[in-house]
Design a binder for this molecule. Structure first.
Ligand code: WTA
Length: 668
């Protein structure tokens, strides 16, 4: 049971304001409109939380009634972490696209705006009602069928933030195909590897993309490069976004608009089992190639839908905006599946926060009268740095709830968000979760949980976090710190790594038996609040993007002349973490601008521009133990410029390496 000290439950003093009381650093939800919230007091939170932990199956059964089932489940859950076996709503039958579209039309909301698409250029936007969207979904679903896509086949979506991306996702789930969205900044090589890992049959992409000042991102050209070595791909569907000339390969490539124009508007949703795969989304781990995180239909939808409604206190006429890219899990769960299963109006934004100027986010909020705004701390830091003049001329009075995701939010940006954007009147939900968790696991509830800047606060209903010692012992009590793990399952949890169930077990369940290990560290303060301290493995969080050090090292290693590389993170003002690469060159090769450039281009080619190192140091040798393992702890200290106490270096094969690394930190 989560214990909130009594002192924290005092009623707020100042109605209409999200007031600061006690310790000068605890904020209480108190606006009048919050009194009508789904969960409107900490007592209510505690009550429901307790119930959810005492009787999880009963709790999750009642939650699952929020969506439409062709057939209800026989058993709520069947979970064994020792075998990495996770099933929810066993033998339940549903269709996700039916729940995100038809259901709202059937209940009289067909004319409601489902998606507001805001283009990169502020003069461009489009609205789609639920009825319009359904027609488009059915048409492209029929096109996919005519291209041979059957239930269970994988379809890769490599697109920027254009409406067709959401439409294609919903079309896949209508016919039982499994989508694998690949973030539009990934390189041709990354796209190829992802297509091959899950043997996708079809690729959907676009001619070129626009994003900020970039007005010709070569999506189709990248796709063509990737497709030189992807035997499973039969056809490519291309959306005309910019209309620039691109090459179409005859017999393989078709245009979206040509194929859909005469496609039938009839397409019955396929009945899916709860545990039929819904999508694969690749994410970085500490070792090896990216993992294809697999989510299934029933549990994922229930969890995305429920968390979206409760955590954002979503109400029927709200306009909700999550600024994430659909290429990441946040976009899947909180632009598409959560909001759309709730019949919400969800905004899809093609652009970036600083184009055409630093006021863009706030212009969009005013233009569409956004009620809930959900973004990443890195974006807030970047905007905060530009000063308040970009905000002062905006109205922002439609805003009710603010959210953050993806990385720890630090106090300065939290306070800026609260004061300058929220006018001290909008609760901030700092939501902690992962690609693997499908939805938010730790977060305040906006009208119930007193917040503290920097803390994701308390577990959501049914979520059972624990802190473990390095030896795997549960650390009880408050005012403590450890490794963050989950003791029990929840419906949105991933089910496997596509094609490699053993890796699923090894990655998440082998180190600490009986727990799901998150890879994050956390503190639990005196009030039982969680403060995420960051990854404890070799995964970096660069501007909220998850990147494995091993992937970057591999990409650097492919550049000519490179003998070895080690990559660590360092604190970065805007990005949260930056990438610091230590590189040793082959004997006889000297560091030069040319080598530097070729390393950078290798990273861009192998992964994408978002993984470019921020700093690079050429070093004669890397610090290794006698068994040949690189001691990253030392490299981290050098990258952080904290070289006064290097700790114990006696286990190094050659301790003098450290000295030369410190001396020679020629950073490019
Ligand atoms: C980090 C993104 C602190 C964490 C939804 C996690 C956070 C990783 C927060 C997952 C938060 C996410 N506070 N850290 N509110 N949210 N993280 O898979 O390290 O892209 O393990 O999922 O981001 O990143 P992923």
């Amino acid at each position: 049971m989560v214990c909130i000290q009594n002192a924290l439950i005092i009623k707020s003093l100042n109605k209409g304001k999200y007031t600061m009381v006690r310790d000068n650093n605890t904020y209480f939800p108190s606006s009048e409109w919050l009194e009508n919230a789904h969960v409107n007091s900490i007592d209510k939170y505690n009550e429901i939380y307790e119930e959810s932990i005492k009787g999880p199956d009963q709790f999750w059964a009642s939650v699952a009634d929020r969506i439409d089932w062709y057939k209800r489940w026989d058993k709520v859950s069947d979970v064994d972490y020792n075998e990495a076996k996770i099933s929810w709503y066993l033998n339940g039958k549903l269709n996700v696209s039916y729940n995100c579209l038809d259901r709202h039309i059937d209940s009289g909301n067909g004319d409601k705006t489902a998606i507001i698409w805001e283009g990169n250029d502020p003069s461009e936007d489009k609205k789609y009602t639920y009825s319009e969207l359904l027609v488009r979904v059915k048409k492209i679903a029929n096109v996919l069928k005519s291209l041979g896509v059957k239930k269970g086949d994988r379809v890769c979506l490599y697109m920027q933030m254009i409406p067709e991306l959401s439409i294609a996702m919903l079309a896949c789930c209508r016919i039982g195909a499994v989508h694998s969205v690949v973030f539009g900044a990934f390189s041709a090589d990354s796209l190829r590897d992802r297509i091959n890992d899950s043997s996708c049959k079809i690729l959907i992409t676009q001619d070129t993309g626009v994003r900020g000042v970039k007005n010709n991102i070569p999506m189709k050209e990248n796709a063509d490069k990737a497709l030189t070595n992807t035997p499973s791909i039969d056809s490519v569907v291309v959306v005309k976004r910019t209309g620039v000339d691109i090459e179409m390969v005859s017999g393989r490539d078709v245009w979206w608009h040509e194929e859909t124009i005469n496609a039938s508007e009839d397409c019955e949703p396929v009945e899916m089992d709860s545990e039929d795969p819904l999508f694969i989304l690749y994410t970085s781990g500490s070792t090896g190639k990216p993992k294809g995180v697999l989510h299934t239909s029933g549990g994922y939808l229930v969890y995305a839908s429920y968390t979206h409604e409760i955590i954002f206190d979503y109400k029927k006429n709200d306009v909700y905006w999550c600024t994430a890219d659909i290429g990441w899990i946040t976009g899947h769960s909180y632009i598409v599946y959560g909001p759309m299963s709730n019949g919400a109006t969800t905004i899809m934004f093609e652009g970036v926060p600083n184009y055409p100027d630093f006021g863009r986010f706030w212009d969009v909020v005013d233009k569409h009268k956004v009620n809930q705004f959900y973004t990443a701390p890195t974006a807030l830091r970047a905007l905060m740095k530009e000063g308040n003049t970009w905000v002062e001329s905006k109205n922002l009075s439609s805003l009710r709830i603010l959210g953050t995701v993806g990385e720890p939010i630090k106090e300065p940006e939290w306070k800026w968000y609260n004061k300058i954007i929220g006018k001290e009147n909008c609760p901030i939900v700092d939501t902690w979760w992962q690609t693997e968790t499908g939805g938010i696991l730790i977060s305040p509830l906006p009208a119930a949980t007193p917040t503290k800047p920097g803390s994701a606060t308390l577990p959501f209903f049914g979520i059972n976090p624990v802190l473990l010692s390095d030896e795997g012992e549960e650390i009880k009590g408050n005012n403590t710190q450890g490794l963050l793990a989950l003791k029990t399952s929840w419906p949105g949890q991933m089910r496997t790594i596509y094609g490699d169930h053993k890796r699923f077990f090894d990655t998440y369940f082998s180190q600490f038996r009986g727990y799901y290990f998150t890879g994050d560290g956390a503190k639990r303060d005196k009030d039982g609040y969680y403060w995420i301290t960051g990854r404890v493995d070799d995964v970096l969080n660069i501007s909220g993007h998850r990147i494995g050090t091993a992937e970057v090292e591999g990409a650097i290693g492919k550049a000519n002349g490179v003998a070895e590389a080690a990559v660590v993170g360092f604190p970065h003002d805007i990005k949260g973490q930056g990438i610091y690469a230590f590189v040793t060159l082959m004997t006889g090769v000297n560091s030069s601008e040319r080598i530097f450039e070729s390393i950078i281009s290798s990273v861009v080619k192998e992964i994408g521009p978002h993984a470019k190192p921020d700093k690079m140091q050429f070093a004669p040798a890397l610090p290794k133990t006698r068994s040949g393992k690189i001691m990253r702890r030392i490299l981290r200290k050098i990258a952080e410029n904290d070289v006064d106490s290097m700790g114990d270096i006696s286990t190094l094969a050659d301790p003098s390496v450290v000295e030369s690394l410190i001396k020679g930190s020629i950073q490019v």
